[in-house]
Write a protein that binds this ligand. Structure first.
Ligand code: NAD
Length: 344
């Protein structure tokens, strides 16, 4: 459908059917309530290892039990006209496989962060979506949060003078050794899981440009057994072409959630900065307050709009790939101890 035909019709478009792949914490706690209030999307199916769990969702959302799929039978979704979008919410190491299988079934794809666990995988997903003629978007919810939108608009337009420095952190205490602490399933540690938000925020402030170089340092492990094959905590610095520098950190053994930005003629401080709700923002002009929004409902509705108007999502495969390039460079810098270039 073209933008013209959407505008010409007075009838609101049919909400697009979304199938969630993976019914874990994020799907249950955030995407489920978002799908209850989304205007352009509705839950139309699930992919799960537990048929019984799927039945609870089918009952709640009123979709047919025929649209409950096991991970092994995602291909069967090709024959399900109720499903337009497949939303991948499984552990990071499965993002590429599940996204590619969704694309091959002819479905548009939303893939959770991190997009994949390597640049090579990102390329494979982008290629699969292009080959299938489907659109690709990411679970980059911050792009739909009013605080981050205002920050992006002010900093990219140099409204507060040229941004000079920023510092940001996202960290939480991870107990035990769940999949997030296992390289095989997570692809990396807190950088891959939550540090990616600071990477996104920094790029957002520079018009989605990537840094030109990074330096990084992995911190000594306090629980070497739990974090035997991923970092427990990491600090890194992103240098941008115009001189803007962002210092960042991510850890699985402390709590932190902030973003401070200094510009030539002003500043902004966000804390908490990256949460689903309750973000607080102060600037040199005073506090910035917004009506609460559901980031995930906005994110999914925006993608539905992109599909019906045949345009690219602002949070697309190229952006996810960019972040994988940056993350790989940060890990390389932590290993070599050198300043590593970021080559997109
Ligand atoms: P979770 O462990 O709660 O859920 C993962 C789901 O995947 C479970 O339903 C599990 O059964 C299923 N799964 C399928 N195969 C599996 C396997 N081999 N091993 C383990 N689980 C398997 O995790 P989560 O917190 O819901 O995270 C899922 C994804 O969502 C991750 O990629 C994470 O980065 C992303 N996420 C995004 C946000 C955000 O704000 N955008 C927030 C939280 C999580």
């Amino acid at each position: 459908m073209t933008a013209l035909s959407t505008r010409a019709s007075s009838k609101p478009p049919r909400p697009l059917g979304v199938a969630l792949v993976g019914l874990g914490n994020y799907a249950k706690s955030e995407l489920r309530p978002a799908l209850e209030i989304a205007e352009r999307c509705r839950l139309a199916g699930v992919v799960t290892g537990s048929k019984r769990k799927g039945q609870g969702w089918a009952h709640h959302f009123g979709f047919s039990p025929d649209s409950i799929y096991h991970y092994d039978e995602m291909e069967r979704m090709a024959d399900d006209p109720n499903i337009d979008i497949v939303y991948v919410v499984t552990p990071n190491a499965f993002h590429a496989e599940h996204s590619i299988r969704a694309a091959k079934a002819g479905k548009h794809v939303i893939c959770e962060k991190p997009f994949t666990i390597s640049v090579a995988e990102a390329d494979a997903v982008i290629a699969a979506c292009a080959a299938a003629g489907v659109k690709l978007s990411l679970g980059y919810r911050l792009h739909f949060d009013p605080h981050h939108i205002v920050l992006r608009n002010a900093t990219t337009a140099d409204e507060w003078g040229i941004p000079t420095t920023a510092e940001g952190a996202l960290s939480f205490c991870l107990q035990g050794r769940p999949w997030r602490a296992q390289r095989e399933l997570a692809g990396g540690g807190p950088l891959m899981d939550v540090g990616i938000y600071v990477v996104q925020a920094a790029c957002m402030m520079r018009g989605e440009e990537a840094p030109v170089a990074v330096t990084a340092r992995e911190l000594p492990k306090t629980r070497p057994d739990d974090f035997r094959d991923v970092e427990e905590a990491i600090e890194w610095i992103m240098e941008f072409s115009d001189g803007f520098v962002c210092e960042a950190s991510a850890s699985y053994s402390e709590s932190a959630n902030y973003l401070n930005v200094q510009c030539a003629d002003g500043w902004a401080r966000l804390g908490p900065a990256f949460s689903y709700r309750g973000i607080k923002m102060e600037t040199h002009q005073g506090p910035m307050r917004f009506e609460p929004v559901n980031q995930q409902a906005r994110q999914m509705d925006d993608f539905a709009r992109c599909i019906s108007e045949d345009r690219e999502s602002i949070v697309n495969g190229a952006m996810g790939r960019r972040d994988m390039v940056i993350i790989e460079a940060i890990y390389r810098a932590a290993q070599t101890g050198r300043r590593e270039p970021v080559i997109i």
